[in-house]
Design a protein around this ligand. Structure first.
Ligand SMILES: *Cc1c(COP(=O)(O)O)cnc(C)c1O
Length: 756
């Protein structure tokens, strides 16, 4: 018996070749095992269980046709081939579309059915698949997906590679890196599932499930790879449907289903690998030799039984002698300024992936559905276009901020309407416009006309609100530095509400109210969010501060109502997490109420919402939250939200003109514009939808992703206002590009720079 085993890499993210060899050696002591590798730097070639090593040229150099012919000869001679390299398995599925009796890898159609992320083959198994999107979606929609899933998302490559991207910047960087490495835009973004990782490994021959085993990861490496695990039999509720799946797919070879079990005991399928896992010998130790069962099933030659030694396994690092015929490679050229040299996977798999891409005309093995879609452009509301149509571009000097009058009016109207709809007989829902987000008079006026309060973080903002027409009793004062320039700017009349940022401030404000220096209808505190880091508010999760807070609240002047404020940007922490925080805040408030004896009358939930997130599904989540309040805080009579960017962001855009177009071989372009990050300081934090006028019919169109970079006019390395966009072919110097979604901090925090 002769068995070829490929995939011998044995670093900290190992391939399974060594484990397969150890297991087969135990079952077939006299078989000839040939290790196949594509680099002499894979340390597994020195493993003693291999009788011979078949060393090939690295993947980027190898003559694939000649290699295919050699493998066919090997298989025809009666030897078996067990591949443990995903890409080699895919390539072999193309070389042997009808399989080969001695090739122990799955057929092409089966590979398509287990392709990530949809994993069609999982139908019938008691598993779920976590929500995902492909990255052909517009940046705008990808950002929404990340917010919805609390920025706990994985960006995944077509074969390997998965990175957690916790912010928009990180996402953009990693997308660039992965797209470049795999030369594809076909990545996907999948929501993280929290829980314990476990796997089922099985083997099958021509559609018959031969054996299977379950392993729970008990210890992980830095790369989340198994370091120790426990092994058990697979329950029949899982095995029975799996048997069906294997039959349906006509599976041959090893496999691993990687899963996560969540707190509700639900299994989530993360990946289905078309090969044995690297820990497979850990199962053999427990008496379950899956590779041997595969060989037995394929050849009919009985394997020696492996005696169970333990139910758990762990790993160690071993030193092994280097085979004299394959001495270590010489040291690399001295240093070149680099520090040391690392043992990255050396056999050129990335380059092989790129070669495979070029071979695969229909790309169906990678994305599972056989379609390569064009990146989609973001949708924009009709009011953007209406507003743009009233702009006379001949009259304005770019870069120019454009006020979207209809858009802004509609936003405020909708927010006011939602507050009205959500209000109940017991609890009134109100809005307070955050002045700092964009103090433009037109927006402040809209807030006033829509029945909002004005929310200010400084007395100068209070003055501005009053100038525009707010009465002091419609003003909420917040933030850590609200008494800045108190002597000149504090209104004499009563404010609506003051929220103190510390217990120190609270005692000073109580003093000021008692001696008549300050008047306010409600007095409250801002609570620091527990578990999510924040510099604001009173940190309630230390007993000492909590005690001080409770005592101070007991002491509040009787004529003021008591309110509680918290603020954490849902745009940053994610929507689910925000509502979770809301509930935990209700519990904290409930304790404060019980211990201080003062009832919370006003609950102010701050801002930080991305446009439309709060209104999602007609504010369904908000409605549920309001229902929840009386359970915890029966005396709350008003809930205030403080939208800033949710209203201001879509209300303005930044128009800029093309100054120069530079085209490079291969279709990439760099385009210099007269705008810059000085006018779009939020460019790094979230995507902006970009509109451009069609040269033929003048219609405004949203740009999709492509290979053009927009360079700002500033002589600064980081002044790139958009990367990866597609400009129309007709674009020329002088054309106007409109960056939407620039009405919040882009506007208020823009700065004058490079203008002499
Ligand atoms: C800044 C701020 C807001 C508004 O935040 P946005 O991110 O613009 O929605 C609301 N409340 C307070 C206290 C703020 O400081």
């Amino acid at each position: 018996m002769k068995i070829y085993i490929s995939g011998l890499y044995s670093g900290t993210n190992p391939q399974p070749g060594i484990g397969i060899a150890r297991s087969l050696r135990a079952a077939y002591p006299t078989a000839t095992l040939v290790g196949v590798e594509y680099s002499n730097r894979c340390s597994g070639i020195h493993w003693q269980d291999f009788d011979d090593i078949w060393l090939q040229r690295p993947w980027e150099e190898i003559n694939l046709d000649a290699h295919a012919a050699d493998i066919k000869k090997v298989l025809d001679s009666g030897a078996l081939w067990i591949s443990s390299i995903d890409l080699e398995i895919m390539w072999m599925a193309n070389v042997f579309p009808d399989g080969h009796p001695n090739l122990l890898t799955p057929p092409r159609a089966a590979l398509e059915a287990v392709a990530k992320p949809a994993i069609r083959a999982s139908t019938g198994l008691p598993v779920k698949i976590s929500p995902f999107v492909t990255t052909d979606l517009s940046d705008w929609d990808l950002h929404a997906f990340c917010r919805e899933h609390d920025w706990k998302v994985w960006l995944k490559g077509p074969y390997y590679d998965a990175v957690k991207t916790r912010s928009w910047g990180e996402f953009q960087d990693m997308r660039g890196a992965l797209s470049g490495a795999w030369s594809t835009e076909n990545l996907f973004l999948q929501s993280h599932v929290s829980g314990y990782e476990e796997s089922v490994s099985f083997c099958a021959y021509r559609g018959e499930l031969l054996d299977l085993v379950q392993m729970r990861k008990r210890d992980l490496t830095e790369l989340n790879k198994t370091w120790a695990g426990d092994v058990a039999k697979v329950s029949e509720t899982f095995a029975a449907p799996l048997r069906e799946v294997v039959r349906r797919l006509n599976w041959t070879g090893g496999a691993e289903l990687e899963m996560v079990r969540d707190a509700d005991n639900q299994l989530w399928l993360i990946e289905c690998n078309p090969r044995f896992p690297a820990w497979i010998h850990g199962a053999t130790i427990t008496g379950c030799n899956i590779p041997a069962r595969l060989v037995e099933g394929a050849t009919g030659v009985a394997a020696m039984k492996t005696a169970p030694i333990a139910a758990e396994f762990t790993r160690v690092v071993l030193e092994v002698p280097v085979r004299p015929e394959y001495p270590l490679s010489p040291l690399p050229e001295p240093l070149n300024g680099a520090i040391g040299h690392s043992l990255k996977h050396p056999s050129g798999l990335l380059q092989f992936a790129n070669r495979l891409h070029k071979l695969e005309t229909d790309a169906s093995v990678q994305n599972g559905d056989g379609e390569t879609t064009k990146p989609q452009a973001a949708q924009v509301p009709d009011t953007f276009i209406e507003d743009l149509e009233s702009v006379d571009f001949a009259e304005i000097q770019t870069p120019a901020s454009l006020f979207f009058k209809n858009t802004a009016a509609e936003l405020f109207e909708k927010a006011a309407a939602l507050a009205g709809e959500l209000s109940t007989d017991e609890i009134k829902v109100s809005n307070a416009y955050s002045m700092k987000t964009n103090p433009d008079e037109r927006l402040v006026k809209l807030a006033l006309e829509s029945g909002f309060y004005s929310e200010a973080i400084s007395l100068l903002e209070v003055q501005k609100a009053i100038q525009v027409g707010f009465r002091p009793e419609q003003v909420i004062l917040n933030g850590p530095g609200k008494w800045w320039r108190k002597d000149e700017a504090l209104p004499k009349e009563s404010l609506y509400s003051v929220f103190c940022d510390s217990t120190e401030e609270l005692s000073q404000v109580v003093e000021a109210v008692k001696n008549g220096e300050l008047k306010t209808k409600t007095l409250g505190v801002r609570l620091r969010t527990p578990n999510i880091r924040s510099r604001f508010g009173i940190p309630i999760d230390t007993p000492e501060v909590f005690q001080t807070l409770v005592e101070a609240v007991r002491d509040l002047p009787g004529e003021c109502g008591f309110g509680v404020h918290f603020h954490m940007a849902s745009a940053n922490v994610g929507i689910k997490q925000w509502w979770h925080l809301f509930e935990s805040m209700l519990r904290w408030c409930c304790s404060i109420e019980a211990l201080s004896g003062r009832a919370v009358e006003i609950l102010d939930i701050g801002g930080g919402w991305f446009p439309e997130d709060l209104q999602k599904n007609s504010g369904e989540q908000f409605r549920r939250a309001i229902k929840l309040i009386p359970e915890f805080l029966p005396h709350v009579r008003e809930i205030i939200s403080e939208p800033g960017k949710a209203l201001a962001q879509p209300s303005m855009a930044m128009a800029m003109q093309i100054l120069e177009i530079r085209s490079f071989a291969g279709g990439t372009q760099e385009v210099v514009v007269d705008g810059s990050i000085a006018e779009l300081p939020m460019h790094f934090f979230y995507p902006h939808r970009i509109l451009c006028q069609d040269a033929a019919n003048g219609e405004w169109k949203s740009l999709s992703r492509g290979r053009t970079q927009l360079l700002g006019r500033l002589c600064m390395e980081h002044d790139i206002v958009a990367s990866n966009i597609a400009l129309p072919e007709t674009a020329q110097v002088g054309d106007v590009l409109v960056f939407c979604d620039a009405g919040a901090y882009d506007r208020s925090m823009s700065y004058v720079f490079g203008r002499g």
